[in-house]
Design a protein around this ligand. Structure first.
Ligand SMILES: *Cc1c(COP(=O)(O)O)cnc(C)c1O
Length: 376
């Protein structure tokens, strides 16, 4: 017998209630019954995204919403600033380049946080920039960027601020309207506790104006079409009906716990994990750590890839390794979505046991005991 525990930053575990809801008989989407669900979901999404702007639902993984945030606001030859501090910043850059957008890249060393003053300087040096692309939590490094400060500098210019909150939403503090974020992109399989398959994008008034003049090609990912349908609690194409049903349930679960409480729970689990990891004699990787995940440097003499593999294939606990240049150098433990203190304790206990078996000098229980001090 073995149990599988998902402790990677997406996909994350799905609450049983949502699984059951999604197992229900499918209904037709062009019906008053489905539109009633959509109406509720649309209202609840605004609450969970903490925005007055419409939040559109797309059938795609998070990257579909990232692409939409480029193809729908920009035109060929437009200039955009991309904050590139990891795998997902890189993705924004690559999508810009694929669409012929002139990309001013602010390369931030992986593991470090973007400096808002640097964004301000780039905006000054590059008048005419149409949009700034930033990431709330750079999942590949575990860094949470200071979106509030970045929002302040972008808000003072005609550019729109697009934030990839695919992993950060519900885990890190995030007040898009207050902070001057025009467009938020998200996905279903992280803090929203659903299987992969839905993407989300919110659109401010400032962004809508830019959308009107955008000439980059789009069809399936047309925000104009999506906004038109959204007004009637409808979608332009066949929506992922079962996932929308699940979304209805998870939004209820999130709102019942209370958004502030959800963020606090993530903060508590993240803090306990960081302290536990330090008690194990390990070093943290992220300069400004997110509540989404804890990134940890693989200690000298330990095979980082084998650690992640053994955790998954022997212990049944899926954590994440490092990506690209960080492969084998860090491992990442998520605290994301449907997780409680015992999930965190299990993951820490597993890491201690595997590290010991790999020859790392550690007394199992040290990290767990430290976490328990915070989780009591
Ligand atoms: C997971 C994730 C995405 C989206 O990736 P998909 O594989 O397309 O769902 C985008 N940005 C961040 C920061 C993420 O963590």
């Amino acid at each position: 017998m073995s149990k599988n525990r998902l402790m990677a930053p997406g996909p994350t575990p799905v609450p049983e209630k949502a699984l059951l809801r999604m197992a229900d008989t499918i209904i037709h989407h062009r019906t008053p019954q489905f539109q009633a669900v959509m109406k509720g979901v649309n209202a609840k999404l605004k609450q969970v995204f903490r925005t007055e702007n419409p939040v559109l639902i797309m059938s795609a993984s998070g990257t579909g919403a990232m692409e939409t945030s480029i193809s729908n606001f920009l035109s060929s030859g437009d200039k955009a600033i991309v904050i590139n501090s990891g795998k997902f910043g890189e993705r924004f850059r690559d999508i810009c380049l694929a669409f012929g957008v002139e990309c001013v890249t602010y390369d931030v060393e992986w593991g470090r946080a973007a400096d808002p003053a640097q964004v301000e300087k780039l905006l000054k040096d590059n008048p005419g920039v149409k949009a700034v692309y930033a990431t709330l939590c750079e999942t590949s490094t575990g860094v949470a960027h200071d979106i509030q400060a970045i929002g302040k500098v972008v808000g003072a210019t005609p550019a729109i601020l697009v934030v990839d909150a695919v992993s950060g939403l519900t885990a890190d503090e995030f007040l898009p309207d207050e902070w001057g974020v025009d467009v938020v992109v998200c996905g279903s399989q992280k803090g929203l506790m659903l299987p992969p398959g839905l993407a989300f994008i919110s659109v401010s008034g400032k962004a809508k104006e830019l959308m009107e003049s955008s000439t980059l090609p789009k069809y399936y990912f047309s925000l104009k079409a999506a906004l038109k349908s959204h007004g009637k609690d409808d979608t332009p194409w066949t929506p992922a009906v079962s996932l929308v049903m699940g979304l209805d349930t998870v939004l209820d679960i999130i709102l019942a716990e209370g958004l502030d409480n959800v963020v606090s729970r993530h903060a508590l689990l993240a803090n306990a994990t960081r302290e536990a990891v330090k008690a194990m004699g390990l070093e943290l990787f992220a300069e400004r750590p997110s509540n989404v995940l804890t990134s940890v440097k693989v200690p000298e003499g330990v095979d980082g890839k084998a650690l992640v593999k053994t955790m998954r294939d022997v212990e049944g606990i899926t954590i994440a390794g490092g990506q690209s240049d960080l492969s084998g150098k860090i491992f990442r433990i998520a605290h994301l979505g449907y997780m409680d203190k015992y999930d965190t304790i299990s993951a820490l206990a597993g890491i201690e046991m595997v590290l010991k078996n790999m020859g790392y000098g550690i007394t199992p229980g040290k990290g767990v005991a430290k976490a328990q001090e915070f989780l009591k």
